[in-house]
Every structure is written in structure tokens, then in C-alpha cells.
Ligand binder design. Structure first.
Ligand code: GLY
Length: 335
């Protein structure tokens, strides 16, 4: 059974089709008039798609090291040799890395061709494939070059999640844990497929309110300031969502110290993260000085370190937190 979440962005609105067997609905998300579909994917993604028009596969490398401008240039050159036109469509089939790269190639090829995604990982389904962020890494940092480029539709087939490697599944669960705190509802009460759909709906409402992250969209980065620091400090030993899970509990520790949330709400953060089998403490050997230094170099920081924190008005960005509070909260997270 499938459901549909609409991301309402006026003339750029699109549907996300979610549920078991959703992939058969891909052809209905292709823009009318597209005669060809360039399918961008990676070796080893066990998903076949039928966009209903002439199509060709374009494989890219696996892992963050392939998430580069060189990969985008290579894709665009292959699109051109194949004869992809402005009226056609690029379809990303894979996890967040694939949809970020495919979407960015679509955003720049011929100054923009339509894109659609079949998100095959939990993290891709509830986060990366929805909302129009696309991009690649530079040697200087992750996702430093990109564009907002909304797709014409997204497929989130929950049957695809059964094939996920354990670490990849855990990574998606970290982002799912985050969604428990972005809205008032009880996600734990929902069956898994409905929970996926609800996470997508929560994200869609945020993107509709602030497509280009001028304000509210920053709440999607809840738990991410420590997460990014842990990913860099550990040389990406932790998967993104595993780091986000730890970051959520840390953000709650900071909010609790600032008097923004009570002990019960802090305990709730720990309980949600642990209910997904994820760690709620720092990895062994974490160096607080290094983590504090990495907070300051976070890409999202413009003038001051910004933390997204829970509080009486819900989750929101907060600036100007005393370094001592940040250090004490790290101390509370030691293994
Ligand atoms: N992944 C965060 C966002 O889409 O804004």
C-alpha cells in the first residue's frame, strides 16, 4: 500500500510516493514531454526501475570520495554524448549521495533539466531526497558546492529498505529519531511505513515554510552540530545518522543546562535514541577540545556558533551559548 505526500512549492510542487511497492509509480512522476531518462545510480544498488521512456544507466562511484565536481562533469559529458536534452529527465536511484549528485548534475546540465528520485535508503527517503538540496564535496569540506533544485517527484519504496546493510539502516534510524522532536506527535505509536511517511511529511512542511534555509529549515539540522564534528574527528567512522543520534542527546544536554528543557525531556531524548538501538554517548577516545574547535568551523556557522536546541517553543536555532556549557554537556556524554 502506498501513500502520497505533496511538497507544496507552488509551480514547483511535487509528490513523494511512499510505501510498499511504490516504485511501480515512477513513470507517473516523469514530466510530460520527457522522451529520455538518464538513470544515475551506483554499482550494487539492487533496484530496477521503469520510467516508461527510453532510458540509459549512468553509474557513479561509491562513497563520499566520489561525491565531487569531477563526477558531475563526467556525468554531464556522458549525458551530452547520449543526447540528453533540456526537455528530458535525470533520475537518481540510490541513497543520499546518489540523489545529491544526480540532482546537482540535473541542476547544472543545460542550465537545468528535470530530476526525479527513487530513494533506496532510509536516510535518503526521510531526508536527502526530499527538499531540493543537491551538491558535492570539495577537499575543503562536505557539500560546499550545490544548488537548490526541486525534483518533479520522489519514490520512497519501503520494500527497498529490506536490502539495506545494518550500518546504513542504523544511519537512517538516527535521522528518524530526530523527527520525534520536530513535531508534537508520537512517532513511536505508528507502524514503520507510516512513520517513514510522517517523517517525510514533517520535512515537507518545513521545506514549504523555508525552502532556502533562511530560518526555520535550520531545525532539520537538529543534532547535527555535534554530529558533523564527530564525523570529522572520527574520520567518518560513524555513519551520519549514528552521529546525529549522539548529537540529539548532546543538544538536549545543552538545552537542559540552559533551562530550556527539564530532566524528563532530556531523558526522553536518550530513550528515543536508545529505542532505535543507537548510542547516546560519545565514542571512546573523543577529545572535547577537538570537538569544541570543530563546532566553530561548522559550515552553517556565519558569525557565531549556532546550535539547534529544544525549548518551550519547540526546536529552534540558538546563538551565543557559553563555551563552558558546551564543554560541561560534552562531559556528561563521556562513555
Ligand atoms: N538535510 C537537511 C535539509 O534538507 O535541510
Amino acid at each position: 500500500m502506498t501513500g502520497r505526500v505533496t511538497v507544496d512549492l507552488l509551480d514547483r510542487s511535487y509528490d513523494v510516493i511512499v510505501g510498499s511497492g511504490a516504485v511501480v509509480e515512477l513513470a507517473g512522476l516523469i514530466p510530460p514531454g520527457a522522451r529520455r531518462a538518464a538513470i544515475v545510480t551506483q554499482p550494487g544498488i539492487p533496484v530496477t526501475v521503469d520510467p516508461g521512456v527510453t532510458h540509459e544507466m549512468f553509474e557513479i562511484g561509491v562513497g563520499e570520495r566520489s561525491k565531487t565536481l569531477t563526477t558531475v562533469e563526467d556525468l554531464c559529458r556522458r549525458f551530452s554524448r547520449w543526447g540528453l536534452t533540456r526537455g528530458d529527465v535525470v533520475i537518481g536511484v540510490g541513497g543520499g549521495m546518489v540523489t545529491d549528485v544526480a540532482g546537482f548534475a540535473a541542476a547544472v546540465y543545460h542550465r537545468g533539466v528535470a530530476s526525479a528520485y527513487v530513494a533506496t535508503t532510509l536516510l535518503g527517503q526521510i531526508d536527502a531526497a526530499v527538499g531540493g538540496k543537491t551538491g558535492v564535496n570539495l577537499p575543503e569540506g562536505k557539500n560546499l558546492v550545490g544548488a537548490y533544485w526541486q525534483p518533479t517527484g520522489v519514490i520512497c519504496d519501503t520494500d527497498h529498505l529490506a536490502t539495506l546493510p545494518e550500518r546504513e539502516r542504523r544511519s537512517g534510524l538516527g535521522e528518524m529519531a530526530k523527527c520525534h522532536f520536530l513535531d508534537g506527535d508520537d512517532l513511536a505509536a505508528l507502524p514503520f511505513d507510516q512513520r517513514v511517511a510522517r517523517c517525510i511529511e514533517i520535512k515537507a512542511r518545513v521545506v514549504e515554510a523555508d525552502e532556502r534555509e533562511d530560518g526555520k529549515r535550520a531545525i532539520l539540522n537538529y543534532g547535527h552540530t555535534l554530529a558533523h564534528a564527530l564525523e570529522i574527528a572520527g574520520d567518518f567512522d560513524l555513519r551520519h545518522g549514528e552521529a546525529v543520534a549522539i548529537g540529539l542527546v548532546y543538544a538536549a544536554e545543552v538545552a537542559n543546562r540552559l533551562g530550556r528543557i527539564d530532566d524528563g525531556r532530556l531523558a526522553q531524548h536518550r530513550a528515543v535514541v536508545e529505542s532505535y538501538g543507537l548510542d547516546s554517548i560519545l565514542p571512546a577516545g573523543s577529545d572535547p577540545d577537538r570537538l569544541l574547535a570543530l563546532f566553530a568551523s561548522d559550515k552553517k556557522a556565519t558569525t557565531d556558533v549556532t546550535f539547534v536546541l529544544d525549548g518551550p517553543s519547540g526546536v529552534e536555532p540558538v546563538v551565543g551559548i557559553e563555551p563552558l556549557i558546551l564543554r560541561e554537556a560534552l562531559g556528561a556524554m563521556r562513555p
